[in-house]
Design a protein around this ligand. Structure first.
Ligand code: GUN
Ligand code: ZN
Length: 432
């Protein structure tokens, strides 16, 4: 059984150099995506596809825009009930709210409930893949991967490893975090669409012994992702310097333990020194920008232009619950404004690339997700820029694709997500 989604289709081949770089993407005004068994078989002009596949069931999404599902490369699923907690800065926010909330995940039923609600929320916002931090408890990762498998979603995540500078109820040990992570990798990594991410929370909450264990896991499981936090906040950076006096800077800590390579995703990376940026570029590690979180916690402005120019790989993410929106569209809107403040302007073609193929490349998963190319998994979002009265009004003045993309980003709202397909199955409309 094959299905033909009809609408305007947009997919990227590479990052657009600027707004005139029309060869970086394919756009069909009467396009279609052919899906079979959860995979994309072809995309292109509707006429040609329907002629070649006359028996395909047609789902007509005209005049809406069909794009690859959004990818969120840094998010904390146990923080759904932390969002919007009133705090001064990162370390206060962690100690006062986050480290309290995450203790609830000792309770399996709680973890299962939140993991289910988490997947549903992502689907509402058009996010089809995320890389998530779970809590310290192994069962929180089981709940996460179980909820993803139920929906056949391509999710990455891992239990956080943290053995100091947090409440006792929220700490493991170097050995137990190694053992638990190894068992979780064996249970989940590569099963269905799951990817395990080895997850030392950050240098403050891990002893050298635990980072050593994380590095060993990374060496033993080279196809796993690695995720952590780096250079988010001044107080954090100062504490890392106290805890790791022998390392020349924050980045050097992760480098020393073998956690700095092209499978590693580091949230924030706001205050990196030139040596650290050069090390990131050299290692191919990814700097994940979390703009709503950085503004909410007053952490700083992500130096997009400098990192880009220096060849650092970049991803964009929500960072719920430090972040304040589940929406990748809203995230890019705020990222755009952060760049504006630094005299740098991202073009909407670049921001749509970033949410789709760009973030897929950050995860090394571009062969499977992030495009509408044949052979990809059919994770697809249907967008309607006229979904709200105010956006419909503005659409009366929109003449080009670029203007429409910019409107979607600027007035970002989940009502604009008409449908979210996961492996070819429409899941948003099925939510209550
Ligand atoms: N650094 C260590 N843990 C966290 C977290 O949960 N959120 C953010 N924003 N930064 C962190
Ligand atoms: Zn984070």
């Amino acid at each position: 059984m094959s299905t033909l989604l009809r609408g305007r289709t947009l997919t990227f081949h590479r990052r657009p150099i600027n707004g005139e770089d029309h060869r970086a993407y394919s756009y069909h005004t009467d396009g279609a995506v052919l899906i079979e068994d959860g995979k994309i078989i072809a995309h292109g002009p509707f006429d040609a596809l329907t002629m070649a596949h006359p028996n395909a069931e047609i789902i007509d999404h005209r005049p809406n825009l069909i794009v690859p599902g959004f990818i969120d490369p840094h998010i904390h699923y146990p923080q759904m009930q932390v969002v919007g907690s009133y705090a001064g800065s990162l370390l206060e926010w962690l100690n006062r709210y986050t480290f309290i909330e995450e203790q609830r995940f000792t309770d399996e039923a709680h973890a299962e409930r939140i993991a289910d609600l988490f997947m549903n929320e992502l689907i509402r916002y058009g996010t089809t893949t995320a890389v998530a931090f779970c809590s310290v408890h192994a069962n929180s990762a089981d709940a996460f991967f179980t909820a993803a498998a139920k929906r056949n979603m391509a999710m990455a995540g891992g239990k956080v490893m943290m053995d100091r500078e947090a409440p006792d109820a929220l700490t493991d040990t170097a050995q137990s975090s190694y053992d638990d992570t190894k068992a979780l990798i064996e249970r989940w990594h590569g099963k269905g669409r799951a990817t395990y991410a080895i997850t030392p929370r950050f240098a403050i909450t891990s002893t050298p012994e635990q980072l050593e264990a994380a590095g060993t896991l990374a060496r033993e499981h080279p196809t796993c992702l690695i995720q952590s936090h780096l250079s988010e906040n001044d107080g954090e950076i100062a504490r890392v310097a106290e805890l790791y006096p022998e390392d020349e800077d924050y980045t050097a800590v992760y480098e020393r333990f073998g956690l700095f390579n092209d499978r590693a995703l580091y949230g924030h990376c706001i205050h990196l020194k030139p040596r650290e940026r050069a090390a990131m570029a050299e290692a191919g590690a990814v700097a994940v920008s979390c703009p709503t979180s950085n503004l909410f916690l007053g952490s700083g402005l992500f130096p997009h232009k400098v990192l880009q120019e220096e060849g650092v790989r970049i991803g964009y993410a929500t960072d719920i619950g430090g972040g304040t929106s589940y929406s990748m569209l809203r995230t890019m809107d705020v990222g755009y404004k952060v760049a504006q403040l630094q005299g740098d302007r991202m073009h909407p073609l670049q921001t749509f690339f970033a949410m789709t193929l760009g973030n897929a490349q950050a995860l090394g998963m571009e062969a499977k997700i992030g495009t509408l190319d044949a052979g990809s998994d059919a994770d697809i979002v249907v967008l309607n820029a006229s979904a709200m009265p105010a956006s419909a009004l503005k659409m009366e003045r929109v003449e080009t694709l670029e203007e429409e993309l910019f409107l979607l980003q600027t007035l970002a709202d989940n009502r604009m997500i008409t449908e979210t397909y996961v492996a070819g199955v429409p899941l948003k409309s099925a939510l209550s």
